[in-house]
Each structure stands twice: as C-alpha cells, then as structure tokens.
Ligand binder design. Structure first.
Ligand code: PLP
Length: 384
C-alpha cells in the first residue's frame, strides 16, 4: 500500500536524527521540546481522589461544561477576554488538536497561510497535512521583530490566514502590542483569519507580560486563540487544549473537532479543573522556576562563547553560535554534540529555506540537575 501524499515530508527529521545521535553518544538531549518539569503533586492527588467518581464517558464535542467554564474564568483573569464558555470555547486534544480543527474548519487544500519564521515545526507539518501552503515571513535575527512590509510582501491571492505563536517557539519572542496591531491591520486589509498559538502564555519573563493577539482592537471577530494545559501545568500527556473564538467561528471548529476526535478526554478535563483554579501564586512560581532554568543555561552557553538574546517567554534558547566558529545551525549542533555531548536542534529546522545563520535551539524545561550537567559539559567541552 502506498503512503498517502499528505504524509510525505512530514517527519520531524532533524529532531529525530539529533535524538538518535545523542543517544548513540550518551549525551544530554536539549533538542526536543519535551516538558520535563513535574506536574503539581496537589493536582495529581486531587485527580486521583476524584477519578473513580468522575464521568468516564464522552463529553460534548465542545468539551465538558465545567472545564469550559473554568477556562473562560482563567481567560478573563489573565488575558482580559470575556468569552461565553457555552458558545466560544471548544475543548480539544491538545493545542495541536485545536490547530488541526481550525485548519480543517476554515481552510481548503491549496490555500496559503502566513507563518512567521522561525516557526514551530508542527504548524508547518499540520498545514502540509491538509494540503495548505505555508507562506513564510522571515523575522530577521537577532530581534525577530514583526515588520509590516515583510507581512505585506508575503501575502498573495491564495493567502487566507496567518499563524502567530506568542510567546514564540523557538524565538522566545513575546510580541508587543504594536507588532500585534500590525498583524491585525494586515489581516483586516486582506481578510485573513488570525490563528494564535498561546500555549506558553504563562511562561514569560519580566519586564512585561504576555499579550493575547485576540485582545487587539479589530481582532476578536477574525481570531482563533489556541492554547492548552500541556506547558502551564506540565501535563502534556493529558492531551488537553482548547480553541477560543467568536460563536460563529466556534460552531465550525466544534464540527471539525467532533469529526476529528469526538471529544477531548472527559475524565481528564474534569480532573484538570483543579489546575485551572490554582491561585496566582502557582503561575508566579512557574515563571520563577523557568526564569532560573533560563538563567542557568544562558550562562553556560555564554561562558562557552555563544550569544544568547534573553527570551521573553517559552522555554527555549535560540542561540547564536557564530562565536564558536560555526557557519550554520547544522555545524553548530554538530560541534555541540561532538565536543560537549549536548544535543540541540539546528536552526534550519525552523525555516523553509536555509536562513544562513548559525543558530541552534536548546530547551530548558529539564530538571536543574540535568541543566547543570549540560552546563558543565558545555563549559568543559568548548573551553578546549
Ligand atoms: C508552540 C507550540 N504549540 C503547541 C505545542 C503542543 O501543544 P499540545 O501538547 O497542547 O498539543 C507545542 C509543544 O511543543 C508548542 O511548542
């Protein structure tokens, strides 16, 4: 049997290849974006306590009503968006499930979607899976700023949507109000849907805070906010996400989510309500925890001679390795693996065409002990 065309070229080969190479040399894998911070014990205990008595059947296609009500409360508290949980939220199988539901609800094969480079690989993989054409908009290193001219230049007659990831993987950018206003203005001018992936909404570093693109005037009617619980509560395996949009858009997203997966896991939606009600201190602690990890790994790369712009959010460093003598991301990743036994992802993996910059992505969502070990290997391996 022939594999369907939609699967061709989808494998995340640079990440998989690096993982295998890392295992072969017994190295430390900072390449994959795995969330290695443990979930809160309180959440696990509360979930275990509730588990025998909660509903183990299907939920509505749009999700458990209580789960959606708690999501709406949290969105009001932290994003300042007032949404009706019965008509504007669809629970999904991870943020990835939400992204796929949105693509299948609004886009047809051959449509074009603007993606900001460097991009999150799954965004492009999912677009391709549906036969949608990714249209790259290069954000120039090291600032990775959104420029109106670059957006305008990428729009063609086939363009139907734009994907924004903030805080961004891998750039660590948290787009400013001004940048988001540019996105919304271009979307309004060309009648584009705005799909915002805000999975790292609670992992950001001072100064400033996360701004949801959906809060920009003019955005609400054409924006789908996508997020999930994987990163904020360190429960990626629970596969809980959601899409938030106008009642009109939400109806179509619900239809797509229903056809794709019937519903998100019902018992886990109910158990996760404990997490959604955590006090503000939980989110402050999470930010402090990640800030410490960010500082630890940044110091190690800088001591080794690389340049690290401070990420404003998410849990990655996008590291400029020109100071190590590397001329490309591939060369840099090879060097780090060979000399320090630390695996990273070559920057090329986050662009459609060779960006011509020697960047690698390193993930810092790991236990501090492992990050300290990686730091030591970087210092020792690259000092020689
Ligand atoms: C930008 C971004 N969106 C979505 C996801 C996956 O989210 P989920 O586990 O909710 O499907 C990731 C995971 O690495 C990510 O980096």
């Amino acid at each position: 049997m022939q594999t369907a065309n939609r699967l061709k070229g989808l494998e995340q080969s640079p990440i998989r290849a690096m993982t295998q190479r890392c295992e072969a040399v017994g190295g430390i894998n900072l390449g994959q974006g795995l969330c290695r911070v443990p979930p809160s014990v309180e959440l696990l205990e509360a979930a275990a306590h509730d588990f025998p008595s909660i509903d183990h059947s299907y939920s509505y296609a749009e999700g458990d009503a209580g789960f959606r009500a708690d999501i709406a409360d949290k969105i009001l508290r932290y994003q300042g968006l007032d949404v009706d949980p019965s008509r504007q939220i669809v629970a999904t199988v991870g943020a990835t499930g939400a992204f796929n539901a949105v693509l299948s609800a609004f886009l047809n094969p051959g449509d074009g979607v603007l993606v900001l480079e460097p991009f999150y690989g799954y965004h492009v993989a999912c677009l391709r899976f549906f036969g949608i054409v990714p249209q790259p908009v290069r954000l120039e290193a090291p600032a990775f700023t959104v420029e109106r001219e670059a957006l305008q230049a990428a729009v063609t007659a086939r363009t139907r949507a734009i994907v924004i990831c903030t805080p961004g993987n891998p750039s660590g950018r948290r787009f400013t109000t001004e940048e988001l206003e540019v996105v919304v203005a271009v979307a309004e001018e060309h009648d584009l849907l705005i799909i915002t992936d805000e999975i790292y909404e609670h992992i950001y570093f001072s100064p400033g805070r996360h701004i949801s693109p959906a809060t920009i005037p003019g955005a609400a009617e054409r924006t789908v906010l996508i997020s999930g619980l994987s990163k904020t509560y360190s429960i990626p395996g629970w596969r809980l996400g959601y899409a938030v949009a106008s009642p009109d858009l939400s109806r179509s997203i619900r239809g797509a989510a229903d056809a794709l997966t019937v519903c998100a896991p019902t018992p886990l939606q109910q158990a996760a309500r404990h997490a959604l009600r955590f006090p503000e201190s939980y989110y402050e602690n999470l930010r402090d925890l990640y800030d410490g990890k960010r500082a630890l790994l940044t110091a190690a790369f800088e001591a080794a001679g690389a340049k690290v712009g401070k990420p404003e959010g998410a849990y990655y460093l996008f590291v400029d390795c020109s100071g190590l003598g590397a001329r490309s991301g591939h060369e840099a990743a090879e060097l780090l693996l060979e000399k320090a036994k630390v695996a990273t992802i070559p920057g090329e993996a986050f662009y459609l065409d060779d960006p011509g910059i020697p960047y690698v992505r390193a993930c810092f969502s790991h236990p501090d002990d492992l990050l300290r070990e990686a730091a030591q290997q970087l210092r020792e391996g690259l000092a020689s």
